[in-house]
Design a protein around this ligand. Sequence first.
Ligand SMILES: Cc1cc2nc3c(=O)[nH]c(=O)nc-3n(C[C@H](O)[C@H](O)[C@H](O)COP(=O)(O)OP(=O)(O)OC[C@H]3O[C@@H](n4cnc5c(N)ncnc54)[C@H](O)[C@@H]3O)c2cc1C
Length: 308
Amino acid sequence: MTVLSSPNFNYGYSTPGQQELNSQDIMNHVFFLSPSEWKKTREEKQFDYIVIGSGFCALGFIERVLKKDDNARILLIERGSFFLPEHVQNLPNSYQKLLLKQALKTFPWTLSSKTLNLNKYIKWQHGIIPFFGGASTLWSAWCPEPTTEEMNGWPQATIKAAQDYFKTAKMLLNVVGANHEETGNIFDHWQNQLTERLKQNLQDIKSATRVEHAQIAVGTPTITSTDVEKFSTPGPLLDQVIKCQEEAKKRQIDSRLSIVTECIVTRIWQQENQATALETTRGVVNVGDIDTPRPLRTGILTSTSCLA
Ligand SMILES: Cc1cc2nc3c(=O)[nH]c(=O)nc-3n(C[C@H](O)[C@H](O)[C@H](O)COP(=O)(O)OP(=O)(O)OC[C@H]3O[C@@H](n4cnc5c(N)ncnc54)[C@H](O)[C@@H]3O)c2cc1C
């Protein structure tokens, strides 16, 4: 028990004791499921959706589901702990240098020799960022919208999905052009010069199709300083948790969005193509009435998955 979690100890223990509070405890207390809540959740609760991983696919999915149905019950399971509330590049320089040097990544796979020899360009792959927020805390935030011609060779369903959803995805991630006037023209003079030069010499780059100002996902759509604040999912995901908690308090129900961290999903059990349970490092989760597992993934590897 922590000082924070009990009204009787709100202003301190009656006698001084061992001080055990740590940052994960605080996050569990405010945003995530504590060990006792997780036990109760596994033993008693039912969900309409279970999302594995807390990257921006998870954020997009959760936002969309709750917009359509604010009664939907969602469980998000993240393997990592809470590490950063925002993008690494929004932190002071000293942190950036340390953290960007691979320190954040793990590589729970290896490239097969077949893949390695298939294509001389694929020699390595980014690792996963196994913390709350996933790769969004480290990504470059570059979001160019491909034209239909540029997606030549992609499956029709992917092209259609891009046409249908790119605009809403850009709104979710606060994508702006680096020359955007309202954002104070992030890279200013330099950006315009670069774009102009590229335009003049486009024919020299064989694979290039067009030139545009870099489209980047930013922390807030209104940028007030010369520094670009980059987008990452921890902030918006935690906002969703707060919104759900406030709504639950008003309606005197349990919060519709529950997040558990430090919990690795190791196996999806199924019977006759129906997922029945998730095996995790913190015990088995009953999948209940959720009927169709639908993996969501943006990378070659299954980085985020979702049971819906
Ligand atoms: C350095 C870098 C730069 C990039 N730059 C760009 C860019 O400019 N533009 C662009 O579009 N993309 C870029 N990307 C790619 C982009 O970041 C990813 O495609 C995107 O973030 C993936 O989102 P996601 O939600 O699918 O998964 P992720 O963000 O990878 O999230 C997956 C989450 O799932 C958790 N997880 C995984 N397995 C389990 C499990 N078994 N149980 C529980 N939890 C699990 C992980 O801990 C992680 O939090 C970049 C990536 C990197 C690393």
